[in-house]
Design a binder for this molecule. Structure first.
Ligand SMILES: [Zn+2]
Length: 105
């Protein structure tokens, strides 16, 4: 089970965007990376093509290593994540929890 999912709010722990927060747009499990909206933005020069009338500079969100972001708990901010098993009837499920306050994330 991946610790981070699309739509999660995370905080950046290292690099030029340290302490920045954003939402995960995409998880890249093979590379162990995530793409976070508005974080690790690279300016890309785009060449003019037939389809694109105007060339220019576009912003592109570049993937970040999973290890350099932390999930944000609404109460505690950037936290470490743990797992807990919940049993409901005869169904057992694994849930993500905040290691600081224990709430389900
Ligand atoms: Zn918490």
């Amino acid at each position: 089970m991946a610790k981070l999912r699309k739509g999660d709010e995370v905080e950046v722990l290292s690099g030029k965007d340290r302490t920045k927060r954003g939402t995960i747009m995409k998880v890249l499990p093979k590379e162990n990376k995530v793409i976070v909206e508005g974080v690790n933005v690279a300016k890309k020069h785009q060449r003019q093509t037939q389809a694109r009338v105007r060339g220019g500079i576009i912003d592109k969100d570049m993937p970040l290593p999973v290890a350099s972001v932390a999930l944000v708990c609404p109460k505690d901010g950037a936290v470490r994540v743990g797992y807990e098993y919940r049993t409901e009837g005869d169904r057992r499920s694994k849930v993500r929890i905040c290691r600081t306050c224990g709430r389900e994330l």
